[in-house]
Design a protein around this ligand. Structure first.
Ligand SMILES: Cc1cc2nc3c(=O)[nH]c(=O)nc-3n(C[C@H](O)[C@H](O)[C@H](O)COP(=O)(O)OP(=O)(O)OC[C@H]3O[C@@H](n4cnc5c(N)ncnc54)[C@H](O)[C@@H]3O)c2cc1C
Length: 444
């Protein structure tokens, strides 16, 4: 890569999984002037588990950090769907062949491990971080993007760079700036769903052999009921059982739209799942009152574009999703990898070619990410059905899966055709082919 390209001043807003992976992918390609600005005083929310799919693991391997993350994680052998109220197994998928087919196991991990390993690798490779700094990009979109930074103590300054990447999540200011420029309204959409996220330690579970068996087991389990479900799996070398729920958004519905998380009430949580089986109730009951946190789940409609001038969006800023396919972070990771391939093929540092690279990135990524957002929404509709014909049909489809008869799979995370499309697609290979068509060559 030529020195002028290596020295492009690249600023990233947000040190979430999307921003960190993008920064690491860029420095690994040889960019030497990459800065990340983060609102929070330290790395963002890391207090939960995350399912890491083979398509994410493949990229983290390219970046040289997967082994460290996988060692702390737990590879799952089966995916089990259970009726919430009876606890009966409705469908079971053997996930062991995922490794044979796609090279990696579906792995449950701790967000803190993923984020810290990414951050450490960024620091070791020269990425500069500025915490406690809220960024507001200008909607002027001059040749060199401009943004203001407000620090924790209220001081404000302006920055100009060659390339600005908004990995600033669902509330993205960068998205707002792009939409303002385009004169387009695309507000965040309510999904009507909220989530409790809980982590139980081995110590908390040790007096209940049935619960302990979940922690020592080899299954990701989804318990489903009308308008609600719970997904749970072991993480952190089986020292923690990670639980994430989805239920109707009651607590946030009346709150200001800026509110995305709140302290949850344990008694409200217990009553939402009050008709679930005793095993689930005992499990939820172990959560300490003061540790119940509830998250509001948001999406927005597909955007008209993910870029403008020398500014582009990454991750939840451009494709927020319901979490039911376990692909939100995986897609943010793919974004970072693909961006680095297009940018490292730049023939020069002109804004015209930077814009061409960002267009190439968008073309490589948008349809795929938005298709997966759609599949997560489809799963949500199926999983949360109430009594009636549609639910009977869904349950017959789950039963058919047990007998090995191929047919519709209502939970898309269990669907082998979805696996093929999601885990089997190598976005790095795809981007390397696409970049040739844009710049007539690969990495410069
Ligand atoms: C309940 C739940 C379960 C999930 N489970 C999975 C799963 O199993 N697998 C999976 O792949 N995905 C999962 N996801 C999705 C995944 O968490 C997100 O898609 C992913 O974390 C998005 O990363 P991001 O970096 O794009 O955004 P974020 O993680 O939101 O990061 C954005 C960062 O930008 C910072 N920021 C925002 N605005 C500014 C500003 N103006 N200035 C400076 N900094 C700013 C924020 O502080 C934050 O650190 C789940 C999501 C939820 C809600």
């Amino acid at each position: 890569m030529r020195a002028a390209i290596q020295n492009l001043e690249i600023c990233i807003i947000g040190a979430g999984i999307g921003g960190l992976t993008t920064a690491l992918s860029l420095v690994k390609k040889g960019f030497q002037n990459v800065s990340v600005y983060e609102n929070a005083p330290a790395l963002g929310f890391v207090g939960a588990g995350i399912q890491m799919a083979p398509n994410m693991a493949r990229i983290l391997t390219h970046l040289g950090i997967w082994e460290k993350i996988a060692t702390d994680g737990v590879a799952m052998e089966f995916y089990s769907i259970r009726d919430g109220s009876s606890g009966n197994n409705m469908g079971l998928v053997d996930c062991r062949n995922i490794e044979t087919e796609y090279g990696y196991r579906q792995t449950g991990g701790h967000r803190a491990t993923l984020v810290n390993v990414l951050y450490d690798a960024c620091v070791q490779n020269g990425v500069k971080f500025t915490f406690s700094s809220t960024v507001n990009p200008s909607s002027e979109f001059t040749e060199r993007p401009t943004f203001s930074v407000t620090t924790g103590d209220g001081a404000r300054y302006q920055v100009q760079c060659d390339l600005l990447l908004g990995a600033d999540g669902i509330k993205s200011n960068t998205r707002q700036a792009i939409l303002k420029r385009l004169n387009v309204e695309a507000g965040v959409k309510e999904t009507g769903q909220a989530a409790y996220r809980i982590m139980l330690t081995r110590e908390q579970m040790q007096h209940d052999p049935e619960l302990l068996a979940l922690l020592d087991g080899d299954q990701t389990i989804r318990w489903i009921g009308e308008k609600r479900h719970i997904v749970a799996y072991p993480i952190s070398q089986r020292s923690i059982y990670n639980i994430s729920t989805t239920q109707p958004d009651v607590n946030f519905a009346a709150a200001a739209s800026a509110t995305y998380t709140t302290r949850g009430s344990k008694s409200a949580m217990m009553s939402v799942y009050g008709d679930f089986c005793p095993l689930v109730l005992r499990m939820l009951d172990l959560a300490p009152d003061e540790e119940i946190v509830e998250w509001k789940l948001h999406v927005h409609d597909p955007l008209p574009t993910w870029h403008q001038g020398s500014v582009a969006l990454v991750g939840d800023a451009c494709h927020p999703t319901l979490p039911h396919l376990g692909q939100g972070a995986a897609q943010a990771v793919e974004d970072g990898a693909v961006l680095s391939i297009f940018l490292s093929a730049l023939p020069d540092t002109s804004p015209i070619n930077i814009n061409k690279a960002l267009l190439g990135y968008e073309k490589a990524r948008k349809i795929r990410a938005e298709t997966l957002v759609g599949l997560a929404a489809e799963s949500s509709r199926e999983l949360h059905l109430g009594p009636g014909k549609a639910r009977d049909e869904r349950d017959r489809a789950f039963t058919a899966m047990k007998t090995g008869v191929p047919g519709k799979v209502p939970d898309k995370v269990m669907d082998v055709d979805v696996h093929k499309m999601t885990y089997g697609f190598d976005c790095v290979q795809d981007a390397m082919e696409r970049v040739l068509a844009v710049f007539g060559k690969g990495d410069s």
